[in-house]
Design a protein around this ligand. Structure first.
Ligand SMILES: CC(C)(COP(=O)(O)OP(=O)(O)OC[C@H]1O[C@@H](n2cnc3c(N)ncnc32)[C@H](O)[C@@H]1OP(=O)(O)O)[C@@H](O)C(=O)NCCC(=O)NCCS
Length: 196
């Protein structure tokens, strides 16, 4: 939903940047708040202490990338991923698994989720990713609308998730090859991959 014309930008003052290891705790707490609101109907996926520990590990993985939206005093959103791993534990070359997209509940519906996702998708090729995958809850209409409208496609894979108490669906996206870096002369080679 876009704000009415002439009204103040509801996202004014929110800035997006690459996340750093020191953001781990704030990211975990933000995801707790977003999930608590979403999972009002079902139990939270992870206890806070578990989530803090998980994020402490995740941000140290070499393939980890994330963008955060910041506002004074707290994070307002995050999108994050690592290298995708197949069911038998093999790493999928060049494919990132988007493990989290979350927005501060007070900011839902203002376009911040879209802004984070579009920023991440635009950055992924230069980070070395040629594709991405994710799983989301079947009843999560807001997230699914966002994935559909930003170019993700359902693969048809669907699994029961006992903790979430619902089915989860797989989405993938193919990314364009990396373009030249801003300021690079026409025809200059793309940046060297840094992610996968
Ligand atoms: C999913 C989430 C990140 C979306 O963030 P958001 O800032 O509210 O998203 P946006 O405002 O950018 O809305 C994106 C789209 O959602 C859709 N949408 C918004 N409200 C909706 C609603 N109540 N029902 C269904 N779709 C809705 C719209 O199509 C919107 O697109 P638009 O820009 O064309 O209007 C946020 O709701 C969240 O943190 N949820 C909890 C965590 C979660 O579920 N993460 C995804 C799990 S994979």
């Amino acid at each position: 939903m876009r704000p009415p014309q002439g009204s103040r930008d509801p996202l004014a003052g929110i800035l997006l940047r690459r996340a750093v290891v020191g953001d781990a705790k704030a990211i975990a707490l933000l995801i707790d708040r977003a999930d608590a609101r979403y999972f009002g109907l079902v139990p939270p996926l992870l206890a806070s202490a578990e989530r803090l520990a998980r994020w402490g590990r995740l941000v140290r993985e070499p393939s980890w990338w994330a963008f955060v939206a910041t506002e004074p005093g707290r994070l307002a959103g995050v999108v994050s991923g690592t290298a995708a791993v197949t069911e038998d534990g093999r790493r999928e070359a060049g494919v990132t698994h988007l493990d989290s997209l979350a927005v501060e509940p007070e900011r839902w519906g203002l376009g911040l989720g879209r802004r984070l996702l579009v920023t991440a998708l635009a950055a992924m090729p230069a980070l070395g990713w040629r594709g991405a995958e994710l799983w989301t809850q079947e009843p999560n209409a807001r997230a699914r609308a966002l994935y559909h409208s930003t170019g993700w496609r359902q693969t048809g894979a669907r699994r029961w998730h006992p903790v979430a108490g619902c089915h989860i669906l797989e989405y993938t996206i193919t990314l364009p090859p990396p373009g030249p870096q801003p300021g690079a002369p026409p025809g200059a080679p793309p940046a060297a991959p840094s992610g996968p």
